[in-house]
Design a binder for this molecule. Sequence first.
Ligand code: FES
Length: 115
Amino acid sequence: MYWIEIPSAYLEKDAIQLVSLPEKTFCLVFYEGAYVAFSRKCPHAGAPLAEGWCEGRFLVCPYHRQKFDLETGKGLAGQGNYIDIYPTKKDGDKWYIGVKPTFLQRIAHLFSNKS
Ligand code: FES
């Protein structure tokens, strides 16, 4: 995993942001003193989760109101689904998201270590 800085323009504390970076597109919300990064689409029918809202520790999907735990990503009992929660960290006044390398990046890394 490697870390990408989240541009400060996305560090909004009062609304869910859709963050588009070359490496990854994700949603970002400020919750309990930290930024939580999660899937941009709902696993139920693909709604844009940046248009959802938070009710306590739950993210609510704007289409059919399914709810997802912002700490675990799990949907409510009976939904049988989940959203991805991505790792974030703060270093100084900057925030970062942890990203897993793609398959092609892993292959390129293998070859770069052999020369
Ligand atoms: S698309 Fe999210 S609950 Fe249906």
